[in-house]
Design a protein around this ligand. Structure first.
Ligand SMILES: NC(=O)c1ccc[n+]([C@@H]2O[C@H](COP(=O)([O-])OP(=O)(O)OC[C@H]3O[C@@H](n4cnc5c(N)ncnc54)[C@H](OP(=O)(O)O)[C@@H]3O)[C@@H](O)[C@H]2O)c1
Length: 277
């Protein structure tokens, strides 16, 4: 049985459809279950939608406990809900930055707190953390989003090591750009009034990127298929980029980081004590 957050559209909805096609059962956590009604009708008893605010830990835990207990088991948890707060860092206010972390980081933590006790009892299960190419790189105008996804990745790397001995495997999924409502959503959130003149080029680049939403390489249905394959792997990877742009972008970032590590290694190592203790 799967639990998928952010299920009303985009990758989440595609994943719910793919999991149902594979004959499995799903708890779909969403703010709006209306787009899922056709899937509910087509899969009697196999899709349960849960409308709850994932940022409210106190409400979420009992609701998820009920839903999981109702299905009798839990096999795969997918923290997929997320959005991007775009804009130059200096133009973002503190409340917006914290709200970004509430959804992309703390809500995922809330879901894990509710789900992990069930996986630990079973001594099995999969955790799929939907991060992003932005969980590995940075870009102008994306400081809030990249920070939230880096935080999710940091939690997940340590969590993976904690959970592996308990039989629970964790994979960080890093999609590249995909054709979903994601970019239209963040375009709508761009700071509208009086951009700082020094950052006009950042606004222009963000607007171009948002406008190219329909040209993104990533196909949500194919990404969903890859996630179903991933969940069946006996030895899943710690990280799985999705899309050729994610593979190239992460590869370039890691090569650059390694090159820089080597270039400054002498200065880095010069801070050691000169005498062994
Ligand atoms: N599309 C891309 O280019 C891309 C690239 C890299 C990573 N990603 C990641 O992939 C995941 C899925 O995104 P998507 O592309 O499918 O985008 P999407 O179509 O916008 O769907 C994201 C879902 O997240 C939930 N969500 C959004 N804002 C929320 C909020 N403020 N509070 C609670 N839930 C919220 C919504 O689900 P409900 O309405 O059901 O609550 C929404 O349907 C996200 O984590 C995103 O960061 C996307």
């Amino acid at each position: 049985m799967w639990l998928v957050t952010g299920a009303s559209g985009g990758l989440g909805q595609a994943l719910v459809g793919e999991v149902l096609s594979a004959g499995e059962r799903v708890i779909a956590v969403t703010r709006d279950d209306e787009p899922l009604q056709p899937l509910t009708a087509a899969s009697p008893g196999r899709l349960r939608t849960v409308s709850v605010d994932i940022t409210d830990a106190g409400t979420l835990r009992p609701v998820l406990d009920d839903a999981i207990t109702g299905f009798g088991r839990l096999d795969v948890v997918v923290n997929n809900a997320g959005y991007a707060l775009a804009g130059p860092f200096e133009e973002l206010d503190d409340a917006e930055l914290r709200a970004q972390f509430e959804v992309n980081f703390f809500a995922a933590a809330n879901v894990l707190r509710a789900a992990l006790p069930h996986l630990r009892v079973a001594k099995a299960g999969r955790v799929l953390q939907i991060s992003s190419l932005a969980g590995q790189i940075g870009a102008p105008g994306m400081s809030a989003y990249t920070a939230s996804k880096h935080a999710l990745e940091g939690l997940s790397v340590s969590l993976a090591a904690e959970l592996a001995p308990l039989g629970i495997r964790t994979t960080i999924v890093e999609p590249g750009a995909a054709r979903t409502g994601f970019r239209a959503d963040w375009a709508g959130r761009l700071p509208g009034s009086a951009p700082l003149p020094d950052y006009l080029h950042v606004h222009e680049a963000l607007a171009r990127s948002a406008g190219a939403a329909a040209k993104q390489a990533g196909e949500p249905a194919r990404m969903a298929q890859a996630l179903v394959i991933l969940a069946d792997m006996p030895s899943p990877p710690l990280r799985l980029p999705l899309g050729s742009d994610a593979v190239t972008g992460i590869g370039n970032a890691r090569s650059g980081q390694l090159e820089e590590l080597r270039r400054f290694a002498t200065l880095s190592a010069s801070t050691d004590h000169t005498k062994a203790i």
